[in-house]
Design a binder for this molecule. Structure first.
Ligand SMILES: [Zn+2]
Length: 162
């Protein structure tokens, strides 16, 4: 038997002013995308914005449906928009933020498992170029991770399919 360990490292910033200009702009774009959320059922808004290698920023927000399983996450809405509008452009980073009227969210909310899988697939599609992940709640600390893979150890990927 051999014991193994997986570690990830990430950065913690205490305010948006501590971020680089580029990262701060991306997080602001994610916050602006909260207004595009269609979430009448949960009233939980999620905004995502991605920065592409060509400098474009593409945002997305969660889109709910009365048939609950059809709800779309903001991260997947944004990445689907990228795949449609900029299919060959590398995604460099993604900022994600959340808000709800039901409680204060003072710490980062991270992507659901489904979104982690989709982010990893995008990293695979761009030949392993990592997508940095920037997370913030309504306020409070900001986390910056180096890649989607860091959020999903032991990810399933196309290599298993031969
Ligand atoms: Zn999700």
């Amino acid at each position: 038997m051999k014991q193994k360990k997986i570690t990830i490292s990430y950065q913690v910033f205490h305010s948006i002013e501590e971020l680089s200009v580029e990262d701060a702009q991306l997080l602001e774009a994610a916050k602006a995308a909260l207004q595009l959320s269609y979430s009448p059922y949960s009233e939980f808004r999620v905004g995502a914005a991605v920065l592409l290698a060509n400098g474009a920023i593409v945002s997305g927000a969660n889109q709910e449906n009365a048939a609950y399983p059809m709800c779309l996450c903001a991260e997947q809405v944004a990445l689907a928009a990228v795949a449609s509008q900029y299919p060959d452009v590398v995604v460099k980073k993604m900022a994600i933020t959340v808000t709800t009227k039901h409680t204060d969210i003072n710490e980062p909310a991270s992507p659901c498992g489904s979104c982690r899988q989709v982010i990893c697939e995008k990293e695979d599609r761009q030949k392993g170029v990592p997508i940095e992940i920037i997370l913030q709640g309504e306020k409070g600390d900001i986390y910056k991770l180096n890649s989607g893979r860091d959020l999903l150890p032991f990810a399933f990927d196309g290599d298993f399919l031969g």
